[in-house]
Design a protein around this ligand. Sequence first.
Ligand code: PLP
Length: 425
Amino acid sequence: MVNKSPFFNFDDRILQAAENAEKMCSEAFRKIEETEHYNQQKVLAAFAKHRISETHFYGSTGYGYGDIGREALDAVYADVFGCEDALVRHNFVSGTHALTTALFGVLRPKDILLCVTGAPYDTLEEVIGIRGEGNGSLKDFGIEYRQVDLTEDSKPDYLAISKNSSVAKVVYIQRSRGYSLRDTLSVDTIKRIIEHVRRVNHHAAVIVDNCYGEFVDKIEPTDVGADLIIGSLIKNPGGGIAKTGGYIAGKKELVEQCAYRLTSPGMGKEVGCTLGETRNMFMGLFFAPSVVASAVKTAVFAAAVFSQFGYEVYPKYDEARSDIIQAVKLKSPEALEAFCRGIQKGAPVDSFVTPEAWDMPGYEDKVIMAAGAFTMGASIELSADGPMREPYAAWMQGGLTYPSGKLGVMLAAQSMLESGVLGEK
Ligand SMILES: *Cc1c(COP(=O)(O)O)cnc(C)c1O
């Protein structure tokens, strides 16, 4: 018989499904651990190369001139991501802010921005000027936006990419699925996209939204020709420890342009005090390979559990992954609500809260979210959300540790069972 928990009251069906799931996942887990060990070595070697010591953690105030911790952190990130330079700052308020800084840093009036992976992440619509008017978007500054959609089976349209790239100043690629059910792009697929761009355009800056992708693979887009990669520190590379921030990494000249946009032309990377945040950012990067491995294991485990109860899951437990996101088609509003209630119960913070669907600004349908994190909004911590519309899918991600992530997934299934909706329809 399956092991009972002395702390949580699980039904035997949930315990059995969890036990089966871990058996199903053993090969996937082995691969995740192999990547984890590789990436941990990569990170440690960069720390050693740059002789990181306590003096890098003191931080600075005021202008922050000559902050050696800030400079070392940039250098470590650049090495880890296999590129020339990086801009890692707590001053980035979010991933969107880092992406915005990069786009405004690199693009000039009359330039063309070409997104080659379909519609970009929601928050970028107003940045680009697809949605909203007169808010200082790229469009307001005379930057034209063009888009190459994915094919019907949600793959990159290589032919159209080659055809449309020649005039672009920036070719933009989004690695993660975001809140769609398309496939996340593997780094190999990104490599192939870049090869198609380079056939017709040697000068464009290839910029990759790398959010949720860091450390899921052994290589990053910068290892295969991307000119800049960008992400959030309250996702993968912050390791659950960075309290805020973002990074931009890639070609030195482009990183400098981004720094001129973040601070001021001429000042760039030379300024920006770090207060007391550098230690957290170093420590988060040190933990990131392990934390990302825990999050990916949690996602794989969830895929294995929910597919046993007849749900469609994206990706499947044995499919290759390139981000930490797991989508589960829950098929009814009641099931989505029960799922989120269960995830919330597994949170270390705010476990007693009952998530409810609400009208989020910028979204057409109500959205329900489960999150109980040490860092507000940190989606490297276990969290789930979904819009209240067909097919009532939940997107879940995170899990700082696998045992806690696993528990959250089991509580989600238990909550659905108790609501009488597990395996319904
Ligand atoms: C999270 C994310 C972003 C940035 O979102 P923020 O909430 O502003 O950090 C951009 N693109 C993708 C694919 C993301 O997952």
